[in-house]
Design a protein. Sequence first.
Length: 150
Amino acid sequence: MKPCLLIIDLQNDFLAPLDASVVTSLIASVIEGTEGAQLHPDLEVSKNDVTIIKKRYSAFFGTTLDQHLQEQKVDHLVLCGINTHACIRTAAIDAYQRDYRVLLPRECIGSYDDEHARVTLRYLDGKIGRVVGVEDVVEMVRQDRRPKHI
């Protein structure tokens, strides 16, 4: 098992305490290079981390993500971030279509739209990936074992 933690859209604008209607308008307008597009300061970034700028919901669309993962021989993706019903969902589906095993730790993904997030997780679980707890991901990595569910 060669996992990679993929953290999606934890930028300042998306994490600010804003009304859902404001967040919806921001999704289309986070501008590269602005303060709002910067990674949230509480997110620790190491020198080995790779940042990939995406311009659509999926982290794979029009980026070098797949190439980077292949070079690193990654076979499992642990998806964390926001928004479950949009960016997490499309990244999970695109990862699945590229034969990556997808893990979705429920404590590490979120959305401003609870209803669509629930529907998305129900759809993804067992088909595209596996919704698991953080403790399950940690245990799988420690034991270097593949999840049986996907």
